[in-house]
Design a protein around this ligand. Structure first.
Ligand SMILES: [Zn+2]
Length: 289
């Protein structure tokens, strides 16, 4: 079986045909015969309960955080919101790669809903994320641009990160993507205005504020942690092997596995990591934490 390094070439939603991103050659690791022999197609299929579980996971943490905030326990709510944001990222990331087991239309709806719940434009984030898979850590990889910064600079860069992603999508996306991103950002503006100007709900105000903080931290937690001190040829991303750490981070840090086989859903990355370890054990030497 082959490692489908080309699967995203024509699959970057919103990229105009013949753009630079389509001509970028894949990293050397995608030619590694050991990895090209790894079987992964059987891991793409998701069972009915896995399809159901994926959106229920963030929904449960969201409900818990809103309930706790409603009773005024904001410190506990903040911890629950953090886990909601993490599992929300897992959901949209699987949606980016169409690995939720849902139709394209249903996957699109997931991105629209999560754009409001987590704030931002998830279609813009998807556009940049799929470019990131094609250009990993290259000059034009906007999502991975800050991976080589020191940690403190990546944290400071955080508030500018989502804005940079929206500008890139609006600048390089096709007409349909530009319209979608604009609509999502307008909906965000309306949602924020309703929460802070019209409705008198301290719970919703807390939630929107927590999500804004979460968006400012994604540059560090979702990108820097998994790509810092990596290279463009072999060690393109980091990973994690400690079972407890993988459990509390919902397998979100099995990142080299994800870059090599992006169609494999997060729920099957554990098994994929075991198969990769058998043929290329050196890849687990770069851990996230
Ligand atoms: Zn990805």
């Amino acid at each position: 079986m082959k490692c489908e390094h080309r699967q995203l070439t024509s699959d970057i939603a919103g990229v105009p045909v013949g753009s630079q991103v389509d001509r970028e050659p894949p990293s050397d690791i995608f030619h590694d015969p050991r990895l090209r022999a790894v079987g992964w197609h059987d891991l793409v299929r998701v069972a009915s309960f896995e399809i159901l579980l994926e959106p229920l996971l963030p929904a449960a943490w969201l409900a818990a955080s809103l309930l706790t905030a409603a009773y005024g326990h904001y410190v506990i709510a903040l911890g629950l919101s953090f886990v909601f944001f993490l599992t929300g990222l897992r959901l949209i990331h699987n949606a980016f790669h169409f690995s939720l087991g849902l139709s394209r239309r249903a996957t699109d709806i997931v991105l629209w809903v999560m754009s409001l719940v987590m704030l931002g434009s998830m279609h813009a984030v998807r556009f940049n994320h799929l470019r990131h898979h094609r250009l990993t850590l290259g000059e034009d990889d906007v999502e991975g641009r800050h991976a080589e910064m020191p940690a403190w600079r990546a944290l400071l860069f955080g508030p500018a990160f989502p804005i940079l992603l929206y500008i890139t999508a609006l600048r390089y996306g096709n007409r349909k993507l530009r319209a979608t991103v604009s609509a999502e950002l307008l909906l965000n503006a309306a949602w924020i205005a309703l929460v802070f100007r019209v409705w008198n709900s301290s719970t919703l105000r807390y939630h929107v504020s927590a999500m804004a903080v979460g968006q400012c931290l994604t540059a560090f937690f979702a990108v820097w942690t998994v790509h810092h001190h990596c290279d463009r040829t072999h060690y393109i991303a980091r990973t994690l092997r400690n079972k407890v750490k993988n459990g509390i981070t919902f397998n979100m840090f099995l990142h080299i596995e994800h870059h090599l086989f992006p169609r494999v859903p997060t729920c099957h990355l554990g098994e994929l990591s075991r198969r990769i370890d058998r043929v290329a054990p050196e890849l687990k030497s770069k851990i996230v934490f």
